[in-house]
Ligand binder design. Structure first.
Ligand code: URA
Length: 211
């Protein structure tokens, strides 16, 4: 597993405002959107391309376009949905699938309650969106889902990660696939409720209000 921590002053600034408990939902949503666009730039560094010949007003030249099959962007519901627009702004031609996963608050295990994904993901570059890589349970279940459908190239885009969760993902992945995790920051640890410390609280609640 490759880990990329986006080291940029704009990322650090936006993350600091997100962490602040006084930031209202409307500002939080806007900042997540902006932050994900910055992370998407890093996450797509190895997106597959092909050479194309084009004619500019001046000359014929060789350029670069995204290769087929189109990348697949998969937000993990509910909180990953808040990252979708920021990601597809940079990858408008991507296809979008959905995975509904929920953490059982007692066992902390990930339960899949919905999915809308192509059956065959062989040859597809997949981008999973989940703001908080906490215990790693949800992300491992989501990566497993994609690998079982034939994916080999998975990038998870997260706002924050805990070292404990990164270890769990790393152990699961081993060398069975090319998995990259792109985050704005790696925090200190998990608390006894498996919240990331210092973190930003419950990302779904902060995005959408408590439902
Ligand atoms: N999920 C969240 O939304 N926040 C955390 O800190 C951990 C898991």
């Amino acid at each position: 597993m490759r880990l990329h921590v986006a080291d940029h002053p704009l990322v650090a600034h936006k993350l600091t405002v997100l962490r602040d408990a006084a930031t209202p939902s409307a500002t939080f949503r806007l900042l997540v959107d902006e932050l994900v666009t910055l992370l998407a730039y890093e996450a797509t560094r190895d997106v597959r391309t092909r050479e194309v010949e084009i004619t500019t007003p001046v000359a014929v030249t060789t350029g670069t376009k995204l290769a087929q099959p189109r990348p697949l962007v998969v937000p993990i519901l509910r909180a990953g949905l808040g990252m979708l627009d920021g990601m597809t702004r940079l990858l408008p031609s991507a296809e979008v699938g959905f995975l509904g996963m929920q953490r059982d608050e007692e066992t902390l295990e990930a339960i899949t309650y919905a999915n809308r994904l192509p059956e065959d993901l062989s040859g597809r570059q997949c981008f999973l969106l989940d703001p908080m890589l906490a215990t790693g349970g949800t992300l491992v279940a989501a990566i497993d889902y994609l690998l079982q459908r034939g994916a080999h190239d998975v990038t998870a885009v997260c706002l924050l990660a805990a070292p404990e969760g990164l270890r769990v993902v790393e152990e699961f992945v081993g060398d069975r696939a090319d998995v990259q995790v792109v985050v704005a920051a790696v925090d200190e640890r998990l608390d006894e409720r498996a919240y990331i410390v210092p973190g930003l609280g419950d990302a779904g609640d902060r995005l959408y209000g408590v439902v």
